[in-house]
Design a protein around this ligand. Structure first.
Ligand code: PGA
Length: 259
């Protein structure tokens, strides 16, 4: 695999990242209000806090509005998907270049909802990651097993094959973030145990480029985040439902304030 000889380098300087995935939620007014509140929280935060990078990934329709509000806030903007091509006859799709043009610095790729509802394969996801880099975006690659796969004892095998099939050879810690999101934990209120999270993150780290950030995702909320985000192998969170509430999202972000 990639960069295993370099494993462990930069361990101490992995900047934490808390990312909000708004999914298909919010009209313009909702998005603007949420962004305004987050900007206020960021402005009110004590110097040196929140102690992590903060990212929001609104639906494509809100990127322009939310990006405009967030200027000067220190909160980064990201897309939820992109097409592999830079432009062309792909009705309904959005290119990485278009996301970059709107001020995005990240794009989420390979989310299980895309894999499930749009039939995205590891190969297609690898092409999208390459497209993100072409446009100067960092990719957040989502991986994770289903309940059935975990019960069959195949969780590590599944995640490993997703990583092997979708990480381009040129991947580095600067251009790729991995989010481990057990499918059964997404939007269900269930979370993996801290032991399972640590085990999977350690496995991902063994297979991923040196110094890469590995986020946990799946029903992260203000109550469970202290236990999850302080695990040594966890470099942040990809937050869905709780990121739609400014107070909940900022409480999660603030987990890193005292670090
Ligand atoms: P959730 O979603 O926090 O609502 O479970 C996480 C995700 O899908 O990224």
């Amino acid at each position: 695999m990639i960069g295993t000889g370099q494993r462990g380098r930069n361990m101490a300087i992995r900047t934490k990242l808390v990312a909000g995935n708004w999914k298909m939620n919010g009209l313009r007014q909702d998005g603007a209000m949420l962004a305004h509140t987050l900007k206020e929280y960021a402005a009110a935060a004590a110097p040196g806090t929140p102690g992590c990078e903060v990212l929001v990934c609104p639906p494509a329709t809100l990127l322009s509005e939310v990006g405009g509000v967030l200027v000067g806030s220190g909160i980064a903007l990201g897309g939820q998907d992109c097409h592999a091509a830079p432009k062309g006859a792909y009705t309904g799709d959005i290119s990485a270049e278009m996301l970059a043009d709107l001020g995005c610095s990240y794009v989420i790729l390979g989310h299980s909802e895309r894999r499930q509802h749009h039939g995205e394969t590891d190969t297609a996801i690898r092409d999208k990651i390459a497209a993100a880099w072409r446009a100067g975006l960092a990719a957040i690659l989502c991986v994770g097993e289903t309940q059935e796969q975990r019960q069959a004892g195949k969780a590590v095998e599944i995640v490993s094959s997703q990583l092997d099939g979708s990480i381009p050879h040129a991947a580095s810690a600067a251009t790729l973030v991995i989010a481990y999101e057990p499918v059964w934990a997404i939007g269900t209120g269930l979370t993996a145990t801290t032991e399972d999270i640590s085990e999977m993150h350690a496995e991902i780290r063994r297979r991923a480029p040196a110094g890469i950030r590995i986020l946990y995702g799946g029903s992260v909320n203000p109550r469970n985040c202290p236990a999850i985000l302080t695990l040594s192998e966890v470099d942040g969170a990809l937050v869905g439902g709780a990121s739609l509430n400014a107070n909940d999202f900022w409480t999660i972000v603030s987990s890193y304030a005292a670090k």
